[in-house]
Design a protein around this ligand. Structure first.
Ligand code: AMP
Ligand code: MG
Length: 472
């Protein structure tokens, strides 16, 4: 039996709603992450057996489960919604891994809850497999993220814009699912008792080395600054950075219309619902800080009174840009082979990015190709690259082992939209083999293997996916 310890479910009842099973017709295990199961101290054999599948489908819970739907609010595209909450997800329990680390085990697509509003509480296979692939790819790339433990088909149909789609449930694991919007939920209700309990719970859980609500805020600011630098250095676009989709743990959470950039442009947007480009690639750090300001404002009554509290919170937020800029500078410098960046190196990176943007060069292929010499071929106008490469070559002469630095910083493989789309089409037709293949290849993003070559190709003309959807 796993070591379950539902600390969130021990908080006051107004933090969540207790939910029961909402059984589905014919649960079938589609994918199981055995490595992650072992990490959590869960038996993969049990998870794959009828009792395990029944839990992963939300059909029947083991005695150690304490299923709840968490309450939260959130700023969605800038507008405040005082009540969101888990409308189609439930927290099964928290697990204590063999090494002592604490994880939430959550089902997404598990049925209606008191927070479902008009929704059906369900998910379809497409977004479930998409989140599975992208979150696991992010983990393999070293980015803090929620993880995918399993995907289960429900045997039921879900109605979406696409039509009658096969239903599915994702089992997701995270350090916690406490969001900026969880704090906003209680702040909007002027429930300072709940706010204090939540801040202390989240601090003790994620930033035990920091003290008090202000220390907690500083920890979240620092974690998000690092996270944004990682997203940017991989060309990752989250797509819906609403405050309810930002975890205070610093993990990437809620993979909806997210995408990795192919043809590079700083203003790139994929999400079909982001019409103003609020969550465009280059906007992400500023949006993260805007979200952190919402967290700071929710925490204000706990930080102190009047001007002093505002000054203290502002000082914590002021830590964001320096931390982000330093991290970003190091990551992009490493991408061009520079281990310890010096004055002027930022300009070298910026010039390359500007030329990539002008020609729509493929982000991942250009950076990966720098070490092998193949980057040049990603530019329609090769002279633009050559002019940059002359300066770059001169600078690299002063580096000890630029090849090794680049190889460690530039993945060969990212989850490309058109590949994910192919996997989903096959899965809907009942063929999970393309999913298994892509999943294996994304677990080793830096490894070259001839039989995976096609997975690092840029989309051909007509293959490119330019719009991605929430899938709710
Ligand atoms: P998301 O866009 O997935 O971050 O979801 C925003 C809010 O809508 C959250 O409160 C979700 O729980 C809720 N939601 C999304 N899809 C559904 C659905 N199919 N049924 C019920 N609630 C949903
Ligand atoms: Mg969400």
């Amino acid at each position: 039996m796993p070591h379950a310890d539902p600390s969130y479910a021990r908080l006051p009842e107004r933090f969540f709603a207790r939910v029961g099973a909402a059984p589905v017709a014919a649960p079938q295990l589609l994918a199981l992450n055995t490595g992650l199961a072992a990490r959590l101290g869960l038996s993969a054999d049990w998870l794959g057996a009828p009792d395990g599948v029944a839990m992963l489908a939300g059909n029947a819970f083991p005695e150690w489960a304490t299923p709840i739907a968490q309450a939260y609010a959130g700023h969605q595209f800038g507008g405040f919604v005082p009540q969101l909450g888990d409308g189609r997800a439930l927290l099964v329990s928290e697990l204590i891994a063999p090494d002592g680390a604490r994880f939430d085990l959550v089902l997404k697509g598990s049925g209606r809850t008191p927070f479902s509003r008009g929704g059906d509480g369900r998910a379809w296979l497409g977004p479930v497999l998409r989140e599975y692939l992208v979150s696991e790819a992010m983990a393999a790339l070293g980015v803090p993220t929620t993880r995918a433990l399993a995907a289960v088909a429900t045997g039921e149909v879900v109605w979406r814009d696409e039509g009658a789609m096969p239903g599915a449930i994702l089992a997701r694991v995270a350090a916690s699912h406490i969001r900026v919007g969880t704090f906003e939920y209680f702040a909007a209700r002027r429930d300072s008792e709940a706010l204090a309990l939540l801040a202390e719970h989240a601090r003790a859980r994620h930033y035990p080395q920091h003290e008090g609500p202000l220390g907690f805020l500083g920890g979240v600011v620092a974690a998000q600054a690092q996270l944004m630098a990682q997203w940017m250095s991989l060309g990752f676009i989250h797509g819906v950075m609403n405050t309810d989709n930002m975890a205070v743990s610093g993990e990437t959470i809620d993979y909806g219309p997210c995408a990795f950039i192919d043809a590079y442009h700083p203003d790139r947007v994929f999400s079909s619902i982001d019409r103003q480009g609020r969550y465009a690639y280059a906007q992400q750090p500023s949006v993260a800080l805007w979200n952190l300001a919402q967290l700071a404002s929710a925490l204000l009554p706990l930080i102190g009174e009047g001007e002093a509290a505002i000054e203290a919170a502002t000082a914590a937020l002021d830590g964001f840009w320096p931390a982000f800029s330093t991290a970003l500078h190091h990551r992009f410098s490493a991408k061009i082979g520079i281990a310890s960046p010096k004055e002027g190196d930022a300009a070298l990176v910026e010039t390359l990015l500007a030329r990539m943007a002008r020609q729509g060069a493929d982000f991942t292929r250009v950076f990966h190709g720098l070490a092998s010499g193949a980057a040049r071929d990603e530019f329609a106008d090769r002279s633009a690259f050559d002019a940059w490469a002359a300066d770059w070559g001169a600078r690299l002469g002063r580096e000890a082992d630029p090849q090794a630095v680049m190889r460690a910083a530039n993945p060969l493989r990212i989850p490309r939209n058109h590949r994910i789309a192919e996997v989903i089409t096959a899965a809907v037709a009942g063929d999970m083999a393309p999913f298994a293949r892509l999943s294996a290849a994304l677990a080793a993003p830096f490894e070259a293997r001839p039989d995976w070559d096609d997975l690092s190709d840029a989309p051909a003309v007509g293959e490119a996916v330019t719009r991605t959807y929430c899938g709710t």
